[in-house]
Design a protein around this ligand. Structure first.
Ligand code: ACO
Length: 435
């Protein structure tokens, strides 16, 4: 018998099945042969929220959640954050290798060239209400790019696909900056081709009437590091949405809008905004123990803590904590840092959090940096979506080129009514639509 397999005995029939292991895993389709009767559907895997189901084979990002390891294409996140730029890392994620010198220059030129938005997209953004949430503006505007670039539907054409991927990476900061300025009632600032990706972004955000806005180099580098840390994170909620929508062969703009919508939720990328609200609610270091007790009593969560995959310190949170110190030397210390440090100190010692392996995640400290740099909490998830776009696109292209992939379509275990027949009004027991 092949040792690289599982033997499953069906106690209903006493029949045994040999299920092959590939890379240590079974294919759940192999369970379908296990039937009580020949006309049975066969056994399925039931796995709400994908706790133990791999949906793809991927070569992009590796995480060992128990050891706190994160690698892009084999390179440790620490090395990439230490000495590379976001655009180099974007190239690595998309094409598998870091760019050589000549490729780096042409890649940067290419992305720079596509930063502008069509004027109709600018007008589209102007149509939002003055107090629209910037993340919702971004989600809608990304989808609206699909109305401008009709060729985006040619997803099987390499040239067209790559062009629209570059458009997305290049235009995300422009849309994000316009959404930010829209909230403030400030005129939009057009991109400046002489500036790097993050310097240009900061200029589009913060330039007022001065002839030339100069981004502080420490802050521009800090933003670039944050972008590197957020660029990809294998099969997280929003990436799963990107792949799922992409599997229907929708264009990359609407796929990215769907992924960004998933990111906006408070359990995912929206957590950074919630962390700041939580720190405001706590108010001072002295109130931390009472807040921790509240969380342990089941009243709310410690936002920015916990992760489906990391059962150890999130390596990104460690780098962000170091980056925060450099930023605070320029901007002054964010007074909420003391509350955050005290929360972390107590949580890392408390049995409730230790037992559940709850550690700070990427969102715990990032908001403190963003706030010190002058962003309001509403912008935090937008700042996450900009760099994650490259991860979504790398995963989307991998999906399209994977011959094993088909339209994503989970099964269900039906738990509703057996067959019944429609009755007259007098015999109906309707529940109210609202309670
Ligand atoms: N605060 C308090 N308790 C928590 C927290 C938290 N932040 N996170 C998990 N727990 C508890 C749960 O209540 C549960 O306890 P129980 O076993 O007594 O029921 C246990 O820890 C396991 O938690 P799950 O919810 O099963 O873990 P899951 O993997 O489904 O959720 C998630 C992961 C969504 C990140 C969760 O930890 C959470 O809600 N954290 C706060 C929100 C957050 O920071 N999200 C950002 C994640 S990083 C990212 O997406 C970029």
């Amino acid at each position: 018998m092949d040792k690289n397999s599982l033997t499953i005995t069906d106690n209903r029939t006493n029949k045994s099945y040999e299920i092959p292991l590939v890379d240590g895993n079974i294919r759940t389709m192999d369970l379908r042969q296990i039937k009580k009767d020949p006309d049975d559907f066969g056994v399925m895997g039931y796995d709400p929220a994908f706790l133990n189901t791999a949906s793809c084979r991927s070569k992009i990002t590796y995480i060992d959640g128990d050891k706190g390891i994160l690698r892009y294409r084999g390179y440790p996140i620490e090395e990439l954050a230490e000495s590379h730029t976001y655009l180099e890392v974007a190239y690595l994620l998309l094409f598998g290798e870091l760019p050589a010198q000549a490729q780096r220059a042409s890649w940067e030129d290419l992305v720079t060239h596509h930063r502008m938005l069509h004027e109709t997209t600018k007008t589209f953004l102007e149509g939002f209400r003055y107090d629209a949430h910037p993340m919702t503006m971004l989600i809608s505007t990304v989808a609206a790019l699909s109305t401008v670039y009709h060729d985006a539907r040619n997803i099987h054409d390499l040239e067209s696909r790559r062009l629209n991927m570059v458009r997305l990476i290049a235009k995300m900061p422009t849309m994000a900056a316009y959404a930010y300025r829209h909230n403030l009632g400030f005129p939009y600032v057009y991109p400046d081709d002489l500036l790097t990706y993050t310097e240009n972004f900061m200029t589009m955000l913060f330039k007022m009437v001065e002839p030339k806005y100069v981004a502080h180099p420490v802050l521009a580098r800090a933003l670039d590091i944050l972008f590197i840390l957020h660029a990809d994170h294998e099969q997280n909620c929003s990436t799963n949405v990107m792949r799922s929508v992409g599997s229907s062969q929708a264009d990359p703009f609407v796929c990215t809008a769907a992924a960004a919508a998933a990111l906006s939720g408070p359990l995912h990328g929206g957590a950074n905004e919630e962390v700041l609200r939580m720190l405001d609610e706590i108010g001072s270091k002295d109130h931390v123990p009472a807040f921790i007790e509240k969380v342990k009593g089941g009243k709310g969560k410690l936002m920015g803590f916990g992760h489906r995959v990391y059962k150890n310190y999130d390596p990104r949170a460690r780098i962000i904590k170091q980056t925060a110190e450099q930023v605070f030397e320029v901007t002054g210390r964010n007074p909420k840092l003391d509350i955050a440090l005290e929360l972390e100190r107590i949580a890392l010692e408390d049995e409730y959090f230790v037992k559940r392996k709850l550690y700070p995640n990427v969102d715990f400290y990032s908001g403190l940096i963003y706030q010190a740099m002058g962003f309001r909490p509403e912008m935090f998830t937008v700042l996450f979506a900009i760099p994650r776009t490259v991860g979504w696109l790398a995963q989307w292209e991998e999906l399209l080129l994977d011959s094993e992939q088909k339209i994503a379509r989970p099964r269900q275990v039906f738990a509703g009514s057996e067959l019944r027949h429609v009755a007259g009004f007098a015999e109906r027991h309707a529940v109210p639509a609202t309670r």
